[in-house]
Design a protein around this ligand. Structure first.
Ligand SMILES: [Mg+2]
Length: 314
C-alpha cells in the first residue's frame, strides 16, 4: 500500500509543486517579509476521542498543532482560519462554544486572530480543519532541507510524554498524579514559538521540523528533504522523566523514539554547543551524516539502523 508520504511525493512530481512538503508553505508577501501557511486536520476517533478530552482542550490542541508548524519555520503566527464539521447531536450541546473558547485561550496567548472558516454538519464524527498563517523576514524561513553532513542534531524539551499519555488513555490508567502530567502532554501540547524565535536569533540553524509524528519519522523527513542521513545516540535522547516508573526502560526509549505529538523542535546546526536561557531545554542527540536516507541509532556504542516507526495515517 502506498504511504501518505508516497502520495505527497507523487503529487509534487505530477503537478510540479515545488512549495509542498515542509511544515509550512512559504509564499512571497512583500519586499521585506514572506508569508508562511500551514493546514492540519483533526478527525474524531483518528486524531482524538471525545471521551478522553474536553471541548476546550480539543480547541486548544487544534490551534497548538498548527502553531507548532509555524514555530518549525522560525516564523511568527498572525492569523487563522478554523473550520469544523459536527454531528447534529453535538451542535445542540455546549460542545461548539466550549471548543471555540479553548481555541481562543491559546490564540490570545500567541496573538493569533481568527479571520474566517467554515461550519458544516457531519453525518458521523467531528472533523476540524485548522489553517494558520504567519510571517517571517524574507528568505529566513528555516526549512527541513538545509541539514548538511557534520551538522549537530538537537531536540527541544523532552520526548515520549505525549505518546505515554496516549498509551495511558488507551489502557484506562490515569489514577496517579504522575500519569496526569503525561496525559496533559497528549491533550494540551505547547507550541514552541518562543524557543524557535530564540534559536533563530542564533543564526546557525541549518534545518528545523517539529516532532509531530515521532522522532524516528520526523528525523527521517528532515534527512530525506536534506538528502542526508543521521546518527543519533540513545543515551543522549531526552526521554520524558514522567515515563520512568510508569513504563519499563525499553518502552520509555521506544516512546521517545517513535511516539508522536510531543510538538518539540528538531533542528540542526553547524554549532556543536548551543546554550539557551532558562527554562528552555535543548539536547544534542547526534549528527547529520552523508549516509543518504539512513538513520543510525547508537546504543552503548553499538549501531543499528533506526526505521521510521512514528505515526502515519496510511
Ligand atoms: Mg510539522
Amino acid at each position: 500500500m502506498r504511504s501518505e508520504f508516497d502520495l505527497i511525493q507523487n503529487l509534487k512530481f505530477r503537478f510540479a509543486l515545488d512549495r509542498v512538503g515542509d511544515d509550512c508553505a512559504v509564499l512571497p508577501k512583500n519586499e521585506t517579509h514572506d508569508m508562511v501557511v500551514t493546514a492540519d486536520m483533526l478527525v474524531e476517533n483518528v486524531d482524538f476521542r471525545l471521551n478522553w478530552t474536553t471541548p476546550e482542550s480539543l480547541g486548544n490542541k487544534a490551534l497548538a498543532v498548527s502553531l507548532s508548524d509555524i514555530a518549525a519555520m522560525g516564523a511568527g503566527a498572525v492569523w487563522a482560519m478554523l473550520s469544523i464539521a459536527v454531528p447534529e447531536l453535538l451542535w445542540n450541546s455546549e460542545f461548539v462554544d466550549r471548543f471555540y473558547h479553548g481555541w481562543h485561550q491559546l490564540a490570545r496567548e500567541f496573538g493569533v486572530e481568527l479571520v474566517g472558516g467554515d461550519v458544516s454538519a457531519s453525518p458521523n464524527g467531528v472533523v476540524i480543519d485548522s489553517i494558520v498563517g504567519g510571517e517571517v523576514v524574507k528568505g529566513t524561513a528555516i526549512m527541513r532541507s538545509g541539514a548538511k553532513p557534520g551538522d549537530s542534531i538537537f531536540v527541544s524539551g523532552s520526548l515520549g510524554g505525549a505518546a505515554g499519555g496516549l498509551a495511558l488513555l488507551e489502557t484506562g490508567r490515569k489514577d496517579a498524579a504522575k500519569m496526569s502530567d503525561l496525559i496533559l502532554r497528549q491533550l494540551r501540547p505547547r507550541p514552541q514559538l518562543a524557543m524557535a524565535n530564540l534559536l533563530k536569533q542564533l543564526g546557525s540553524l541549518s534545518s528545523m521540523i517539529d516532532i509531530s509524528d515521532g522522532l524516528s519519522s520526523d528525523l527521517g523527513h528532515l534527512c530525506t528533504a536534506s538528502g542526508a542521513g543521521a546518527a543519533i545516540h540513545a543515551e543522549m535522547i531526552p526521554v520524558d522523566v514522567g515515563l520512568g516508573g510508569v513504563f519499563d526502560p525499553d518502552r520509555c526509549l521506544d516512546l521517545a523514539l517513535n511516539g508522536g505529538e510531543d510538538f518539540e523542535l528538531l533542528f540542526t546546526s553547524s554549532e556543536k554547543n548551543i546554550f539557551l536561557p532558562e527554562p528552555h531545554q535543548i539536547s544534542r542527540i547526534g549528527e547529520i551524516t552523508s549516509n543518504d536516507g539512513i538513520i543510525e541509532l547508537m546504543v552503548n556504542g553499538h549501531a543499528s539502523v533506526l526505521e521510521p516507526k512514528g505515526y502515519r495515517h496510511f
